[in-house]
Design a protein around this ligand. Structure first.
Ligand SMILES: [Zn+2]
Length: 283
């Protein structure tokens, strides 16, 4: 074997070794560029590199998905406060909705005579003296809406609020007629409440179901109210229209609904009636 042949043979062996283990080339020959040219572009190596890249992508994707799922799970855990849980069955969901409902009720407070405690508490002074539930003066039927406030007069001069209340109460025994009102204002200005605001009274035949009625005592022959009765009436009307979100125009005379001469003074004196509503508005 000549020197040339020997070196050719050695080169051949070296190439074979490099194919088996390409990394050998870089360190055994010192001719890195030449080795690259020979080895890097072999189809086998390209395939391996492609597969390695794909495996690497898959690993990275799986890792990222894992991290993402972990973050979502952790966020969800932190968002649910201790002591609460999500409903896992429809029945649990209903129970939880009911619990929420109870909470709302507690925050809005209790209702008094159909009004919020806050609204009710603002009412002018009155004496609560409810009639006995009976079919002639206090049927106990619910009053579910209030669209008007009716003003009446007792048609019985000089009688007190207490006497007129007794008259309504006795109707349960003597059955003379059906009559009542939510309030009676005495000629000294005292206010008696005879029927709760969330029940109907028997005062305006066709409108008992959606109105509140006030009877006024008087002394004068012409039916005009005393100053005390008038002042209490204005205060009571003001509170009522505020409580039921009404306007002064929603205050009516019994006369405005059915033509009965009640209250007679304010039927005969339109200007006094208009002034009464203005006084309510300006209070
Ligand atoms: Zn009347």
């Amino acid at each position: 074997m000549t020197q040339e042949n020997r070196s050719g043979r050695q080169a051949e062996i070296h190439i074979t070794q490099m194919r088996r283990n390409p990394y050998l080339a870089d360190y055994s020959t010192g001719n890195r560029n030449a080795d690259k040219n020979i080895n890097r572009n072999t189809p086998r190596r390209q395939r391996r590199r492609r597969h390695a890249r794909i495996r690497s992508y898959i690993r990275m994707t799986l890792l990222c998905s894992g991290i993402l799922v972990g973050i979502v799970a952790l966020t969800k855990l932190l968002k649910v406060p201790a002591g609460t849980a999500e409903a896992s069955t429809p029945m649990e969901a209903i129970d939880m909705a009911q619990q929420v409902g109870k909470g709302t009720e507690n925050t809005t407070g209790t209702r008094i005579q159909g009004l919020s405690a806050e609204t009710y508490a603002a009412h002018p002074d009155w004496t609560e003296d409810f009639l006995t539930v009976n079919e002639y003066s206090r049927p106990g039927d619910p009053l579910t809406e209030v669209n008007n406030i009716f003003v009446h007069y007792t048609a019985n001069p000089g009688t007190s609020a207490a006497q007129n209340r007794s008259y309504f109460e006795q109707l349960k025994d003597n059955h003379e007629r059906s009559a009542s009102a939510h309030f009676i204002i005495g000629y000294n200005g005292e206010i008696l409440q005879c029927v709760p605001l969330d029940e109907i009274a028997y005062a305006v035949q066709t409108r008992n179901e959606d109105s509140i009625s006030i009877e006024c005592c008087y002394k004068a022959d012409n039916g005009q109210f005393t100053r005390e009765t008038y002042d209490s009436l204005i205060r009571l009307l003001r509170w009522l229209i505020d409580a039921y979100e009404l306007e002064p125009e929603d205050i009516l005379r019994h006369y405005d609904c059915g033509g009965k001469k009640c209250p007679i003074y304010y039927m005969e004196h339109e200007d006094a009636w208009e002034r009464l509503k203005e006084d309510v508005e300006n209070l």
